[in-house]
Design a protein around this ligand. Sequence first.
Ligand SMILES: [Zn+2]
Length: 470
Amino acid sequence: MVPMRVLFVSVALCAAFIVRPAAQPAPRRVSLVVTNATVVTMDAAARVVANGAVAIDGADIAAVDTAAAIARQFRSGQTIDARGQVVMPGLVNTHTHAPMVLYRGLADDLALMEWLEKYIFPAEAKTVSPAFVRAGTRLAALEMIQSGTTTFADMYYFEEEIARATRAAGLRAVLGQTIIQFPVADAKTPADALARADAFIAAFKGDPLITPAVAPHAMYTLDAATLRAARALSLRHGVPTLIHLAETRDEVQTSQQQHKMSPVAYLDSLGFFGPGVLAAHGVWVSEPEIALLQKHGVGVSHNPESNMKLASGTAPVPGYLKAGVALGLGTDGAASNNDLDMFEAMRVASLLHKLQTGDPRVVSAREALSMATIGGARALGMDKQIGSLEPGKRADLIVVGMRTARQTPLYDPISHLVYVTRGDDVQTTIVNGKVLMRDRKVVTLEEAAVVREAREWAATVRAAVAPTPR
Ligand SMILES: [Zn+2]
């Protein structure tokens, strides 16, 4: 017979043995782990995890922690070892016209109206078609994947073609069907354009990657009735409204002459502003107007390179930041930039405002990086889904190499991301949990074919703007 005390001890040992596995649960299976990196989360606490890792489960981020903690908690069939690299949220380009990459470098160093009227409008009139837009979007998507952009906001024509090409490339996008007063390639009248936008929204609403939107071009290219109808259409569907706003002095003068009001005051008088509106440029905006945009929850897209190249002016970015406006960064179309590199946009934004204000403390590296990630997400009303690396958000992230001569030594990753990094330093791009580029090899697009197709289109574009032989 076993003595009572021994029996008690054995039972206790047995219980301890049985209980232990429950206290340390079996590692959870996930689809992908990116590990051994410096993880720049861009979360509210501005957390940077040295020797960190991100666990991805399907389309979502499961956890962000130290590499050791992630290794304890998760098992994955696929692991990306990002040693010596930075893992950060994918970049959010809040304003572009993707297919315009096919006009890249077509005409530079011209005044805005000459540039538009002699080159861009004639080229668009003769070349924009569904096939052109498809080829342009594929080229833009390739460039964006290669330079770390994972979400972009677009305003152009044949937006359903852009949506299909974007989805095939695996990128996330807010795509606005353009509404404009004069006849364009995909609509003869504003009513046609509105009907097109309506059908486009119905076709793509609920898509995991594509957020359809309405894009009334600007207050100076649309009458009041069409501006109101465009806004009403987006409100009816609960989708964003994308518009150019207060980009140039000319626009302000035209608005003053026609309406005796600034562009911001005019749109406000129409009841246009509210959450879900993204205003591109916002260059000529006064301090009370900044407060008005903030009050209405309007997002603003700052496009420093386009504003500088076209000499449009300097947007009051320190004022937007101070007022707490949801502020994102954009490249604008490649015809006025001339690329889609958001790292360059961050650097230029930071430098421009230091020079403009005479204060090197404004638009810090962290603020520029924030504009390109969580700020852009907020401006697009998508900050619950994207813009930072946090559990439950979509797995949109990039791996940035940090070992080139240009990036050595490395004291502060935030400083390097803004002041020395280029799009080409991006090694791996992941959107919605899917790897679109790994170690510089794009997997969703055939690089050589995309570039060849774009070169072929260039011949058509060149012919469109060449003087007609007499
Ligand atoms: Zn634009």
